[in-house]
Design a protein around this ligand. Structure first.
Ligand code: TXA
Ligand code: MG
Length: 354
């Protein structure tokens, strides 16, 4: 059975953290909140404990995990050499939603790295995550606490929906603040490369690494060409259980086209869910679709996006239509997750945007 323990997010109760830390030390799994999404954690130095993460998620063993730390001293023990940019980046963005890929030391089990010579490391800033790592006295390997191929969880209820009976303990610290996963930055490539846009924006990274590159988003064609995918780069990753479409174009043209599509689906007797900005509400109010408003700013959209996808899924809609948002700041991560959720299904509604 899965126990859910409510924990104060700002000042976690020591006794509750100690209970969770004891499980981690014993090689068990604990779900805990981070500022990005909930993580499914285990002792990163214990291969048997880490193996259970893959089993609970249904995740293939060839997709490596992020190791979470609470102090810079731990970093030294996990890497064979420290890339010169690691410390300036840590100083600027840790604790926070930045994951750095570095050369792994022999202490890191192959179960964590999927046999790669590199390891992904991040220091989260959520007080519950930090105190759990400190209390356990161990680095904690943790992927997002969802079933493989499902949307990442931003509340304890999302975790329960996916992992009930598969984990002994969920620390419930309320809704995650950032709402999209960390930015994964490869420091082992010749030019530092963003493998996954996330909670630290490209613009912010450029202030420390002006030359930083973004890995090209993968297309359906790439996927068909390559049986082996680069870690975390699969296009279909956050797939909701219903088909989803992303509408790109000017505000006016995408609204019109979305409304036309809603009517078309309704004529076929299908229920439609739509992900919108707050400002779209009036336009779609009488459409008969199930609306989910994501907010105004890129930060708000990022925070609510995964909850929106899950809410529409749970509402039983047969198709999800989503408008596009700005790609500035956290908007880049939002776009990436929407491309994954839609499997690259984009409907261009305006010649100028094609
Ligand atoms: O915000 C986050 O990053 C959350 C919270 C729990 O920290 N974690 C998370 O983990 O999103 P996960 O496993 O869902 O995503 C980790 C990503 C995967 O895409 C994985 O392929 C990539 O990081 N990754 C891990 N180790 C890697 C490595 N050595 N080289 C390249 N990519 C790596
Ligand atoms: Mg994940």
């Amino acid at each position: 059975e899965t126990q859910i323990l409510a924990v104060q997010p700002a000042e976690p109760e020591a006794a509750k953290i100690a209970q969770a830390a004891t499980l981690i030390q014993a090689g068990e799994l604990v779900v805990f909140p981070t500022e990005t999404v909930y993580g499914l954690g285990a002792n990163a130095l214990n291969p048997q404990a880490v193996e259970q993460i893959f089993v609970a998620k249904g995740r293939p063993f060839n997709d490596p995990l992020i190791v979470h730390i609470a102090a810079l001293e731990t970093l030294q023990t996990l890497v064979s050499t420290l890339p010169p940019l690691a410390l300036p980046l840590a100083q600027a963005f840790w604790p926070g939603p930045l994951t750095m890929i570095m050369p792994a030391s022999s202490r890191v089990p192959g179960m964590v790295t999927a046999g790669l010579e590199t390891v992904a490391i991040r220091m989260p800033r959520h007080p519950i995550a930090l105190s759990l790592i400190r209390s356990a006295g161990l680095p904690i390997a943790a992927p997002s606490a969802n079933r493989f191929m499902h949307v990442s969880p931003t509340t304890a209820q999302h975790v329960l929906a996916d992992l009930q009976g598969r984990v002994p303990l969920i620390l419930d610290g309320g809704a995650c603040e950032v709402g999209v996963e960390s930015t994964v930055l490869d420091l082992c490539s010749t030019i530092p490369t963003i493998l996954r846009p996330g909670g630290i924006s490209l613009e912010a990274l450029r202030t420390i690494i002006p030359e930083v590159q973004v890995a090209a988003p993968r297309t359906k064609h790439d996927e068909e060409q390559q049986a082996l995918y680069a870690p975390g780069q699969m296009l279909v990753h956050y797939a909701p259980s219903v088909p989803a479409y992303l509408f790109e174009g000017s505000k006016e043209s995408l609204r019109q086209r979305m409304l036309t599509e809603i009517q078309r689906y309704h004529q076929q007797g299908q229920q439609v869910g739509v992900l919108l900005a707050d400002e779209d509400e009036d336009y779609f109010n009488k459409s008969g679709a199930t609306l989910y408003l994501l907010g105004k700013t890129p930060e708000q959209v990022a925070t609510r996006l995964f909850a929106g996808l899950r809410t529409l899924e749970d509402a039983g809609v047969q198709v999800i239509l989503c408008r596009s948002f700005t790609e500035e700041g956290l908007g880049r991560a939002v776009k990436d997750r929407l491309l994954k959720a839609t499997g690259g299904n984009i409907i261009f509604t305006d010649e100028a945007y094609q």
